[in-house]
Design a protein around this ligand. Structure first.
Ligand code: NAD
Length: 253
């Protein structure tokens, strides 16, 4: 633990995948970290992991698209762990389909978790950041924001998060709050494993096909993304705001 700060971070969707790696990394960086996901029980093992090496955390069960749950979760973090001045909007779901087969339910579900969730979480935490005159918000976008067949809901939400990021950067900059986005490419997690299953191919087959198009010749890992979050949330990144960084093993088109 570097212990450089006495600050509290919330990472949403942190029971597994990119969120869990990010929570571990921010704990290592010295933040107290609230691990927030739908199932509080599932968050506890992530917290236990970094507490066993000297970190401090809290497992919080909440649905980021539920206004009351978000308010209660953020208040709980503030009283039990400390005022949250770092927020990583990472919770996400896929409901892929071609437009003509996409249901309104699948459209709404994706918008609700990614966009409404990021809005509710950012709104609930910004008061702690503006009071502290210091804050960091990092939003998880995706290379799918540039367009991806079968993901009209997801790509719209992830592109929406880029506009959300730039606008919040304009509004919150004067309070010492930076807002940035990370757009990962192909990262090996349960989300991409589920994609392979839905496509009827093994994860190894999907990886092989996709890696052929990735210049650094490997799939991304959750730690690759956590590292970028660590940069954006660091003290030294206070002049970097409103940016979208593609973490995809090469340039994106
Ligand atoms: P994942 O499916 O492994 O984990 C997502 C987590 O979000 C899960 O633990 C899930 O329970 C949680 N979650 C879902 N809905 C929620 C809600 N309403 N409230 C609270 N938590 C909720 O996914 P991942 O691959 O780790 O992806 C993390 C983020 O990165 C997502 O926003 C995803 O869209 C984005 N992303 C992933 C990839 C990739 O290749 N894996 C690429 C680009 C972007």
């Amino acid at each position: 633990m570097s212990g450089e700060q006495n600050r509290t971070a919330i990472v949403t969707g942190a029971a597994r995948g990119i969120g869990a790696a990010t929570a571990r990394r921010l704990a290592h960086d010295g933040f107290a970290v609230a691990v927030l996901d739908l199932d509080e029980q599932a968050c506890k093992s992530v917290v236990a992991e970094f507490e066993s090496v000297g970190g401090r955390g809290l497992a919080v069960g909440a649905d980021v698209s539920d206004e009351e749950a978000v308010t209660a979760a953020v208040e709980r973090v503030a009283s039990e762990l400390g005022a949250p001045t770092v927020l990583v909007n990472n919770a996400g779901i896929l409901r892929d389909n071609l437009l003509f087969k996409m249901t309104v339910t699948d459209w709404d579900a994706v918008m609700n978790v990614h966009l409404r969730g990021a809005f509710l979480m950012s709104r609930a935490t910004q008061k702690y950041m503006t009071e502290a005159k210091w804050g960091r918000i990092v939003n998880l976008s995706s290379t799918s924001a540039l367009g991806n067949r079968g993901q009209v809901n997801y790509s719209a939400a992830k592109a929406g998060l880029q506009g959300f990021t730039k606008t919040l950067a304009l509004e919150l900059g004067r309070f010492g709050v930076t807002v940035n986005a990370i757009a990962p490419g192909f990262i090996a997690t349960e989300m991409t494993q589920a994609t392979a299953a839905r496509m009827g191919v093994s994860f190894e087959e999907l990886t092989k096909t996709l890696v052929e198009r990735i210049p650094v010749n490997r799939p991304g890992t959750p730690d690759d993304i956590a590292h970028a979050v660590s940069f954006f949330t660091s003290e030294g990144a206070s002049y970097v705001s409103g940016q979208v960084i593609y973490v995809a093993g090469g340039p994106t088109t």
